[in-house]
Design a protein around this ligand. Structure first.
Ligand SMILES: [Mn+2]
Length: 363
């Protein structure tokens, strides 16, 4: 779908509905925050009130800074409130539009993302999923451009600055930016505030991230051309440290793949989850396929991927060190096995992509 057509359809949906729930799945990162904010502002121009909500708050100091300085607000919900006031919901920057306890109750109006689509998705009125863009913020920037929405200067500045930050974050400082990302940046450059952008980026890593990074470096396991590092227990509000450490290890080592994993916990809620973050430099590596061979609760795109395993039940374990040992041993073993079958993964994923391309030709 061309951006012009997409924008027209988006405009129609926003005009036809008056209350939209913009639901951020997973941990809110800059791309998800910025694109959700842009959709909220766009919706408002067409008489539709958008409420942004997530199950957890932003965990990185940089993300909190982004929200504070640009004035983005979202609700953090422990559980879903009554949904009757919403006409439908939108999911941005996430592989699937399926949300537990939400899908099937109110319609999914909008799903925009730049990851590979997950199977068995819900019915969506406007769906745009493409890996030709490096971020969801890119798509929202093109929507603002196509619709020529008349924002006041101040709103436009906040919007553009947030979207630039989203694009920059997901393209690893433009190293993986595509033509469409550059087109979006070109449009946003006229409105964004570069000194505001710099002040958001200059926020240093938190002490906790640095501590975990040290732990990762000292405990990393090298296997063939992979690095695997388990960092132990990480509090929910520090979850993003896992991805930051994976980025760091990839940048500072000459390896094909980095996997960083941790047990993420939320003390008061008996919540426990294994979270693993993948990074590779190989453009053609089909991370999505590899990860789905390990578990269906995850996925990937070019250069990045992640999976989660729910372990809530084990939060009752009286010996947390022993539990970590089991998780560590199991994860390292699972990853080594996958590394050993990598030529098989490459071959299979080739056919997978080939088949998908053939199918799209006959659509
Ligand atoms: Mn993204």
């Amino acid at each position: 779908m061309a951006f012009g057509d997409l924008a027209k359809k988006l405009e129609d949906i926003l005009k036809q509905n008056s209350n939209l729930l913009i639901y951020i799945q997973g941990s809110p990162d800059p791309d998800a925050i910025a694109s959700s904010f842009a959709l909220q502002q766009l919706a408002r121009r067409y008489g539709c009130e958008g409420v942004i909500a997530a199950m957890s708050g932003p965990s990185l100091p940089q993300n909190r800074e982004l929200m504070e300085k640009i004035g983005i607000h979202f609700d953090v919900w422990k559980s879903l409130p009554p949904l009757s006031k919403f006409d439908g919901y939108a999911v941005l920057d996430y592989q699937t539009a399926r949300v537990q306890d939400l899908s099937g109750k109110i319609p999914c109006l909008i799903h925009i993302d730049h990851h590979v689509e997950a199977d068995n998705d819900v019915e969506v009125q406007l769906k745009f999923l493409s890996s030709d863009v490096g971020s969801t913020s890119t798509v929202l920037a093109h929507m603002v451009k196509e619709l020529q929405t008349a924002f006041d200067e101040e709103v436009m500045k906040r919007l553009a600055t947030a979207l630039v930050f989203g694009i920059q974050n997901d393209t690893d400082n433009y190293t993986h930016a595509s033509k469409l990302d550059y087109d979006a940046l070109d449009f946003l450059a006229a409105y964004s505030d570069s000194s505001l952008l710099t002040s958001i980026m200059d926020v240093p890593l938190s002490g906790e991230t640095v501590r975990l990074l040290r732990k990762a470096v000292s405990s990393q396991v090298c296997y063939r051309d992979w690095i695997m590092a388990g960092v132990g227990y990480v509090e929910e509000n520090n979850r993003d440290s896992i991805a930051i450490i994976a980025d760091f290890l990839l940048k500072n080592n000459d390896v094909e793949m980095v996997v960083v994993f941790a047990l993420v916990f939320k003390n008061s809620h008996n919540k426990l989850q294994l979270d693993a973050s993948f990074r590779t430099n190989e453009e053609d590596f089909d991370l999505d396929y590899l990860i789905k061979e390990i578990t269906s609760d995850g996925g990937g795109r070019r250069y990045k991927g992640a999976y989660q395993v729910n372990l809530d039940y084990f939060s009752f374990c009286p010996d947390m060190d022993k539990l970590w040992d089991v998780v560590h041993m199991t994860t390292i073993e699972a990853l080594k096995k996958k590394r050993d079958m990598i030529h098989l993964v490459e071959l299979k994923s080739f056919y997978h992509r080939f088949r998908a391309r053939l199918r799209s030709l006959f659509k």
